[in-house]
Design a protein around this ligand. Structure first.
Ligand code: HEM
Length: 142
């Protein structure tokens, strides 16, 4: 029993030494440049959307300053930052907007372009995209 106890302790210690570096690793929030970095990314993404003929028509009646504020809060919260998203649920805000899978992909491209332009490493980009990808069920409605 003693041996079993010892090996359990060793196992726990081993597990701790494995998890410690992960706990110290920077959060996605930090890797995106914290609140200011995320605000800049969202601003640039919205400019890219405005330049994109495939999807810009969706936003002609949108209050872009408000959308920028909501996106910045949402991404900050999703990335583990200290923000609290105060906007609508995704289904609620996108119902009736006739958003296709292609539209969704175009928006993701606009975000990727913004991240590339801000020298966000691909690994960090992928961590953010992995959080957004599952939302397509709530947003795509065509
Ligand atoms: C992961 C992808 C997306 C995320 C995270 C997202 C997030 C958001 C957020 C946070 C809002 C603001 C909600 C509020 O006002 O409370 C919003 C609104 C909006 N989104 Fe998205 N969205 C996504 C994809 C798309 C796509 C693909 C389109 C169209 C091409 C789109 C078009 C819009 C429009 C037009 C509004 C404003 C609606 C209004 O004026 O009330 N979104 N979205």
């Amino acid at each position: 029993m003693k041996i079993a106890g010892l090996s359990l302790a060793a196992l726990l210690l081993g597990a701790l030494s494995f998890t410690a570096p992960a706990a110290q690793a920077s959060s996605l929030y930090q890797d995106l440049g914290e609140q200011r970095g995320i605000e800049l990314l969202m601003e640039e993404m919205l400019f890219n959307i405005a330049d994109d003929r495939r999807i810009r028509h969706h936003f002609v009646e949108t209050d872009m300053a408000h959308l920028h504020q909501m996106l910045s809060e949402q991404i900050c919260e999703l990335a583990g930052g200290p923000c609290v998203y105060s906007g609508e649920e995704m289904v609620e805000s996108h119902t009736g907007l006739d958003i296709s899978r292609g539209d969704f992909n175009a928006l993701v491209e606009a975000l990727q372009l913004a991240m590339d332009d801000n020298d966000i490493p691909v690994g960090v980009q992928n961590r953010l995209l992995a959080l957004l990808a599952p939302m397509h069920h709530e947003i795509v409605n065509l």
